[in-house]
Design a protein. Structure first.
Length: 202
């Protein structure tokens, strides 16, 4: 069993995440070499509710960095991308990523990732649901980028402040087109995703 290679920096920043795109989800065959998905997080932050443009559980876009650290606790990893002006924090055991503007320390994106269904959006969308479920719930007023090298489709709803990272790998039918990341940001445009192609279809 192995993990998907690390994402390019541009895709990492777009998603607000660190590390591999996915860690373990067995394929239908369960054969060696299949992608692995991390074990479900041991706890949920607060009520686990994802509110577009506002919060993920107890972690809110309006919080300061110190308030986020106090709420999320220890056990995080921090990485700085100076050329992009971004700082990323990862609480892998909690399935949480937070992306900050390096200069102001303002929160850009709060994301959850993995396979747990204990985080849920205001319209009932959870991780590992097929993306069409989210499209039905939130409509088609989104922009999306195909990151072919990383086998990811990034879908953003600028008017809501909501994004989904979707697996785009037909060779893994068990997880293809499923949501592995859900993020919230302040409604409005975020920078274009460098190294990925904006597209109207996958």
């Amino acid at each position: 069993m192995h993990q998907v290679p690390r994402l390019r920096t541009s895709t990492v920043i777009a998603l607000g995440i660190l590390g591999a795109a996915l860690a373990a989800a067995p394929s239908a065959s369960g054969a060696p070499g299949d992608v692995e998905v991390p074990a479900p997080p041991p706890q949920v932050l607060g009520d686990g509710l994802i509110v577009p443009g506002q919060r993920v559980g107890t972690i809110r876009l309006a919080m300061s960095l110190q308030q986020i650290l106090d709420a999320a606790g220890d056990g995080y990893r921090r990485e700085v991308f100076e050329e992009h002006g971004i700082i990323l924090y990862e609480w892998r055991a909690k399935g949480l990523w937070v992306s900050l503007e390096a200069r102001t320390r303002a929160v850009r994106v709060i994301s959850v990732f993995g396979t747990t269904d204990r985080f849920r959006t205001d319209k009932g969308i959870t991780l590992m649901m097929p993306f069409p479920r989210a499209e039905t719930a939130y409509g088609r007023e989104y922009r999306r980028w195909l990151c072919a090298e990383d086998r990811i489709l990034l879908v953003r709803y600028p008017g809501l402040g909501l994004q989904f990272g979707v697996v785009n790998d037909p060779s893994k039918p068990m997880i293809h087109r499923r949501i592995f990341q859900i993020g919230v940001f302040k409604p409005g445009p975020l920078p274009a995703v460098q190294g990925c192609r904006e597209t109207s279809s996958p």
